[in-house]
Design a protein around this ligand. Sequence first.
Ligand code: SAM
Ligand code: DTB
Ligand code: SF4
Length: 347
Amino acid sequence: MSICPPPSAKPTAEQRVIAPSSRAGHLWSVQAVMDLYDLPLADLLDQARSAHQQHFQANAVQLSSLLSIKTGGCPEDCGYCPQSARFDTGVATEAMLPLATVVQAAQAAKDAGASRFCMGAAWRSPKPHQLEAVADCVRAVKALGLETCVTLGMLRDGQAERLREAGLDYYNHNLDTSPEYYGEVITTRTYDDRLDTLGRVRDAGIHVCCGGIVGMGETRRDRAGLIAQLANLAPPPDSVPINHLIAVPGTPLADVPTLDPLEFVRTIAIARITMPRAVVRLSAGREAMDEATQALCFYAGANSIFYGDTLLTRGNPQLEADRALFSRLGLHASAGDPHLASAPTTI
Ligand code: SAM
Ligand code: DTB
Ligand code: SF4
C-alpha cells in the first residue's frame, strides 16, 4: 500500500493546510469559484467531464460503507446533526459497539461489494482509551482486506500517529461550509480547530477525506467559499465528500429551504474542476435525491458513494436500488482507490 509520506520539515498549523505559498498548484479565489457557478450548466458540465476523464477511469465509482460505532450524545452543537445531545432528535445515546459487531458489519459490507469501510463516532474528540478501541477496529477491518476510514472528531497530540500505526488509510474531518457561514452552524469548535486536525492527519501520513454540506441555508458565495478552502488546502484532500443536508426534525436546520438540485450538481462539478485528482463523493442525501440528479452528479465527476442502507443514523438507498441504478447508468465499482493500492471489487 502506498501512503503519502509526511513532509520532511514540520510546518506550522497554518502552513500545513492553508498556506498557499507552500504549494505549486493553482490557487482558487472565491470569485474564481463563483465564476464557475455562474457558467451555463452545460459548459460547466463539459469542463467537469473533461477534468474527470483526464484523471479517472470513466464510469468507475468507489464504494464506501459507513457504520456508526458510537452513536448519539455528542456534546457539540453542529446545527445539522441528529447526534448532538443538545437537540431532541430521537437519537439515543449508545456505548461504543463491540469489536466483533464492527467486524461483522465490515465483512457484510465487503461481501456486498464495498472496498472501504468508514467508522464514525459522535465524539468531540476521542479519549485515549476510545482511540485505542478504534485502533483495534482499524486493524481488524484492514485484516479483512478493506480500506479503512474513521471520523472521530478533533485529534490531539499523537492520536493520528496511533491510527496510522494501526493501518488507517483515511481520516474524515469536514470543513462543512465557508469560514463566513460556519459560525451560523457550529459554535463549539472553530474553523481553525478543524484545520489543525486536518494538519495532524496529513502530517501522520494518513490520507485526508475532507468536504462539506450544502443546502444548510448558505448562499452560493458560501458554497464557493467552502470549495475554495478545500481546493487551497496544501495539498488538496484526496477524498472530498459533498453532503446534501439531510434536514432532521429537532435540529436547528430542520426547516431550511430546499436547495435546487441543479445547484447541488454544480457544486459536484466545481469540486471536480478545482480538485481534479480528488475522489469526489456524492455523500449524504442520496435517499431523497432522484436518480436523474444522481446521474448528473456522476456525469459531473462524482466517483464515490456511500453504499449500504444506512449512513450513521439516517437512511441511504438500499443495495438493490443502487445496483439497479448502476446498471441503468452503465456504472461499475472501481477497483479501489487510485490513491491507494487495493484489490478490484465488483458491484
Ligand atoms: N463527530 C465527528 C465529527 O463531527 O467530526 C464525526 C461524525 S460527523 C456526523 C461527520 C460528518 O457528517 C459531519 O462533519 C457532517 O459533514 C456530516 N453530517 C452530519 N449530519 C449530517 C446531516 N444531517 N446531513 C448531511 N451531512 C451530515
Ligand atoms: C461525511 O462527509 N458524510 C458521512 C461521513 N462523512 C461520516 C456522514 C453523513 C451523516 C448523515 C447523517 C446521519 O446519518 O446521521
Ligand atoms: Fe458531534 Fe460530529 Fe454530530 Fe458535530 S457532527 S454534533 S461533532 S457527531
